[in-house]
Design a protein around this ligand. Sequence first.
Ligand SMILES: Nc1ncnc2c1ncn2[C@@H]1O[C@H](COP(=O)(O)OP(=O)(O)OP(=O)(O)O)[C@@H](O)[C@H]1O
Ligand SMILES: [Mg+2]
Length: 324
Amino acid sequence: MTADADIIDALRGAGLAGEGEVVLQPLTGGVSCDVWKVDSPAGPIVVKRPLPQLRVAAEWLAPVERGTSEVRWLRRARGVDPHIAPEVLAELPTGHAFAMRFLPGCPVWKDELMAGRVDADFAAQVGKGIAAVHAATAYNEGDRADFPNDDMFRALRVDPFLLYVAQHDAELAPALTALATNLSGRKIALVHGDVSPKNILVSADGPVFLDAECAVYGDPAFDLAFCTTHLLLKAVWSGDARLNAAAAALVAAYRAGIDWEDADDVLLRAGQLTAALLLARVEGKSPAPYLTDPEHKRIVRDQARVLIGAPQAIDALVAHWKRT
Ligand SMILES: Nc1ncnc2c1ncn2[C@@H]1O[C@H](COP(=O)(O)OP(=O)(O)OP(=O)(O)O)[C@@H](O)[C@H]1O
Ligand SMILES: [Mg+2]
């Protein structure tokens, strides 16, 4: 039986496919998963199955159990606010695959930004949504127990984004290694782990977060830093000041949602992480695919290196971020 036949059988078992022909239409993206759209009797659905090895140039291995983490995150986030994540319809008994409702007519935020449609209000809603999940899960033993994914987070986030650069840069290694150690040690709230514009759908009800395979109970500053990094890289790529404004709106809305610790502490940690992630996106294992112009890379690299040595809170970092 082919892998696809496996999925179709599992969908039938879950009551998500009729007896007739079932067509799995591949969706775009997918460096880490097979993702299909399927027309089911319950309407269009998305089926996602993690790949044992990521489809990227530098070989990354990742346990397929991350499919289960994603399902847990999606369910938990919908418990906080049903608009911010797709409904999970079934976990399928094959390769940690699952089915969720397909959201029609919702572009991916990255595509909107790259097409020059930059909406600071939407960015603020992204900040508010991430903070809502963090606030709801902060210092919660149940959530901590449900997301014991430190090994996965280390393999997919800490190693490639922080320690890889540290290993190739003796000057910055002490600061980056300390940052990695502190990040791994903080157990504060449920972190999505991949809040990138390519994993956010733009719906009429605001942002919908996808792709929570890296979810871990950890430092919420990571999500804020990860998403802000993407906006600042795109600001350099496009030279568009509205991306700085969108990043500022995201940070301000996130800050307004911090109720579990001193907001200044979170913003300082997020600033440190943003500096490291910016550098990782030009010198690391997972370079931003659109930032190919050497001058763009230099602008990011020069600012990031200074910031790693002299950290700023993320709101100040965004306010001072130069696009040229
Ligand atoms: N529930 C959904 N409704 C509509 N579109 C969806 C849904 N889930 C996923 N998609 C589409 O499929 C794409 C890939 O989904 P997702 O990001 O979850 O997979 P992935 O394999 O982890 O992707 P990547 O590794 O490229 O980030 C999304 O960018 C989006 O365009
Ligand atoms: Mg994705």
